[in-house]
Design a protein around this ligand. Structure first.
Ligand code: HEM
Length: 158
C-alpha cells in the first residue's frame, strides 16, 4: 500500500478513537463522574495532538496530496471535513479553557465545602464541549468520504 494511503488510514483510526473516547467522556460528565470525564477528554485531546504532529511529519517527508487529480466533489468533501475539524478544535479548546475554570469547585471536587461553579462558565463549557464533540463526529463521517475517494483513485476506479 502507498505510504500516504497508509498514513490516512491510520489517521482515520485515530479520529475514530477520538470520537469514541470523547462520546464516552460526555457520558461520564452526564453521570457526574468528572474524574473519568477529565481523563477521557485528556486522552481524546492527546490523540488529536498526536495526529497534528504526525501530519507535520507526513507533509515534511511524504509531501502534500496531488489534488489536481481529485474530482470537484472530492475536494468539497475535504473542505467540509476541514470545517468540522475547525469546529472540533474551536469547541475543544474553549471547553478545555472553561473546564479549567471549574477546577476547585464542588462540581469537580464533590466537596460541599468548595465554592459552587459559576453557572455561566459551566454553561459555556457544556455548549463548547458538545460543539467540539459533534464537530469531531462529523469530521470523522466526512473523513470516511475523503478516504473512500483516495482508495478509489489508488485502485483506478476514479
Ligand atoms: C479541564 C478539563 C475539564 C474539566 C475539569 C471538565 C469538567 C466538567 C464538568 C464539571 C462538567 C459538568 C458541568 C455541569 O454539571 O454543569 C462537564 C461537562 C461537560 N464537559 Fe467537561 N471538563 C473538562 C474538559 C472537557 C473537554 C476538553 C470537553 C470536550 C472537548 C468537555 C466536554 C464536556 C461536555 C460536552 C459536558 C456536558 C455533558 C452534558 O451534560 O451533556 N469537557 N465537564
Amino acid at each position: 500500500m502507498d505510504a500516504k494511503l497508509l498514513f490516512w488510514t491510520a489517521a482515520i483510526v485515530d479520529l475514530g478513537m477520538v470520537c469514541l473516547i470523547a462520546v464516552l467522556g460526555v457520558r461520564h460528565a452526564r453521570r457526574g463522574e468528572i474524574a473519568r470525564h477529565r481523563r477521557a477528554m485528556k486522552i481524546a485531546s492527546l490523540l488529536v495532538v498526536a495526529f497534528l504532529a504526525a501530519y507535520l511529519v507526513k507533509v515534511r517527508f511524504l509531501g502534500r496530496e496531488d489534488m489536481s487529480v481529485w474530482s470537484t466533489l472530492d475536494v468539497w468533501i475535504l473542505r467540509v471535513h476541514e470545517l468540522f475539524v475547525v469546529q472540533m478544535l474551536g469547541g475543544g479548546i474553549t471547553a478545555w479553557i472553561f473546564g479549567r475554570k471549574l477546577l476547585g469547585t464542588r462540581v469537580v471536587s464533590r466537596d460541599p465545602a468548595d465554592p459552587k461553579p459559576d453557572p455561566r462558565q459551566a454553561r459555556i463549557h457544556r455548549i463548547a464541549g458538545r460543539s467540539g464533540v459533534i464537530g469531531a463526529v462529523l469530521a470523522f463521517v466526512m473523513a470516511l468520504g475523503v478516504l473512500l475517494g483516495m482508495y478509489l483513485r489508488a485502485f483506478g476506479f476514479r
